[in-house]
Write a protein that binds this ligand. Structure first.
Ligand SMILES: NC(=O)C1=CN([C@@H]2O[C@H](COP(=O)(O)OP(=O)(O)OC[C@H]3O[C@@H](n4cnc5c(N)ncnc54)[C@H](OP(=O)(O)O)[C@@H]3O)[C@@H](O)[C@H]2O)C=CC1
Ligand SMILES: CCCCCCCCCCCCCCCC(=O)OCC(=O)COP(=O)(O)O
Length: 311
């Protein structure tokens, strides 16, 4: 009898599992967004991760609107993409550019009007632009804390809120924000940056819940270190440029891999993605599950880093 049952249940179980996997694959394919001809806005498209996102989304056939503060650098990206050979399978488009400083709310709202004029609507908004910070809280002007918040938090908030009504009207749209592992955990000497990224995480989590009923998507991407000019461009406590390529940044992820992960998050409508190695990922869990130990580790990290600076 057992043998009969064994013979009967084995193939039945295997069949059920196979069917479930097939259903999952079909569900995934149905949910997958095709980017051909989609209107994709990328802030901070002149360098680093934003520029790689421009390459990846352009190759996928998206109609890009590239944003940054420097028209010449944006135009260089446009020229590069215009001259790119595609294999003919995907129709690519020459990107538009919109130049503005994210840290000024009034400039952002007029830029949003310009963005909407390009193609009449936006399918995907990638809030990527940002600036980092290096400094001791004791020596940091409050104005620096505010400035980082303006660029990293209020800028994306203002741009998102200016584009959002048109997405709600169309019952369609995807808002992406590039946060950081530092949107989930704070490490010493990054107060302004970590605070701006924590605020970003909170705001976009609220947004996701509020716009779900209109069929809109929100993705928060939290990368670890990426090989870009972020540390060079970082501000210090007195507002001057840090100007150093940190070892952690130089050894970071290739921005191409992060840009591909952003594309995947859009295609598969992923809500919250952490793109980091085992140690930062473990740190995120430790902060949530055993905060006292995490705080101890961070306090000794702060002392060690201070000692290195003083040597
Ligand atoms: N590199 C890393 O280790 C990590 C980066 N990130 C995040 O990735 C995002 C991209 O940074 P990354 O590519 O690394 O750094 P980069 O310094 O290379 O790029 C930053 C981009 O942001 C734009 N930008 C900066 N300030 C403003 C502003 N006030 N208004 C408009 N645009 C502005 C810059 O454009 P322009 O100067 O031409 O205006 C530039 O294109 C940031 O949000 C960063 O926090 C997250 C985790 C790790
Ligand atoms: C169960 C064992 C857990 C052990 C945890 C030990 C704690 C290790 C701390 C690791 C800290 C990782 C910090 C990662 C920071 C990071 O990746 O930031 C990404 C950025 O945004 C980089 O910006 P920056 O300007 O800081 O270069």
């Amino acid at each position: 009898m057992e043998r009969v049952l064994g013979l009967g249940v084995g193939p039945l179980a295997a069949g059920t599992v196979g069917l479930l996997i097939l259903l999952k694959v079909i569900q995934r394919l149905r949910r997958k967004q095709n980017l051909q001809d989609k209107v994709v806005v990328i802030t901070g498209a002149s360098s680093g991760l934003g520029k790689e996102c421009a390459r990846v989304f352009h190759a996928a056939g998206a109609r890009l609107i590239l944003c940054g503060r420097d028209q010449k650098r944006l135009q260089d990206v446009v020229e590069e993409l215009r001259n790119k050979n595609n294999n003919g399978k995907i129709q690519t488009h020459t990107p538009c550019t919109v130049t503005f400083d994210l840290s000024s709310t009034s400039l952002v709202s007029s830029a949003a009007k310009e963005i909407l004029k390009c193609h009449g609507h936006v399918d995907v908004l990638i809030n990527n632009a940002g600036i980092s910070y290096r400094g001791n809280i004791l020596d940091t002007h409050v104005s620096v804390q505010r400035d980082v918040m303006e660029t990293n938090y209020f800028g994306p908030v203002a741009l998102t809120q200016a584009i959002l009504p048109s997405m709600v009207d169309r019952r369609s749209g995807h808002i992406v924000v590039i946060s950081s592992v530092q949107g989930k955990i704070s490490i010493p000497y990054r107060s302004a940056y970590a605070a701006s990224k924590h605020a970003t995480q909170a705001y976009f989590d609220c947004l996701r819940a509020e716009v779900d009923r209109f069929g809109l998507q929100v993705s928060v991407i939290s990368p670890g270190y990426i090989r870009t000019n972020l540390s060079i461009n970082a501000v210090t406590g007195d507002g001057s440029q840090y100007g150093v390529m940190d070892k952690t940044t130089a050894k970071g992820w290739d921005p191409v891999d992060v840009a591909r992960a952003v594309l995947k998050a859009v295609c598969h409508k992923q809500k919250d993605v952490v793109l980091a190695g085992p140690l930062p990922t473990a740190a995120v869990y430790l902060r949530a599950l055993w905060p006292a130990l995490y705080f101890r580790l961070m306090a000794s990290r702060a002392v060690k880093e201070q000692r290195v600076k003083e040597e």
